[in-house]
Design a protein around this ligand. Structure first.
Ligand SMILES: [Zn+2]
Ligand SMILES: [Zn+2]
Length: 164
């Protein structure tokens, strides 16, 4: 290692011993979502603290502009829009699902597992066996060529369908 005079990011005045492993960015508790400026909820990786995915619920009739190749489009019913994991994944939800999600994501620090209880496919970055959230670089992702489904292995080698 070089650069021994480097100061830690987010220096708050208290120097850490250089031997200490960086923890996942300190304060945000893994598996708790944080509200971003645009109203999306960001879920952080339990391993590294990076954003594992950004989830947004969109009511029916709203215009979605997710900066994807699709650009802007209008919906017939409520959907969730997940970005920051693998591309942009839009999932149709029921009106009841929308209400539950809207309530949950409106709370301070919603838990990924509570979103998964509403619909596991809404948060594919959530390992259903570990009950933890992992970012893309902590999932080992494999795309099946004929079907193009995406299979992921979490850091504990739990296998799960990530995207169909
Ligand atoms: Zn796992
Ligand atoms: Zn990670």
């Amino acid at each position: 290692m070089t650069g021994r005079n480097r100061s830690p990011a987010g220096d708050d005045g208290e120097a850490r011993p250089p031997s200490e492993q960086p923890t996942n960015h300190g304060d945000p508790e893994p598996d708790r979502g944080m509200r971003a400026d645009d109203g999306a909820t960001e879920f952080l990786c339990a391993e590294c603290g990076e954003v594992a995915g950004r989830l947004r619920v969109v009511a029916g009739g709203d215009i979605v502009d997710d900066d994807s190749v699709a650009g802007q489009w209008r919906l017939n019913g409520p959907v969730t829009v997940l970005s920051g994991f693998i591309g942009v994944i839009t999932t149709v939800v029921s009106d009841a699902g929308y209400d539950s999600l809207h309530r949950l994501l409106g709370e301070q620090g919603p838990l990924t597992r509570d979103v998964a209880d509403i619909g596991v496919d809404l948060v594919p970055f959530f390992c259903r066996q570990c009950r933890r959230t992992y970012c893309r670089s902590h999932w080992d992702l494999w795309q099946d060529s004929p079907t193009s489904v995406v299979i992921g292995y979490c850091p504990n080698r739990h296998r799960q369908l990530v995207d169909d």
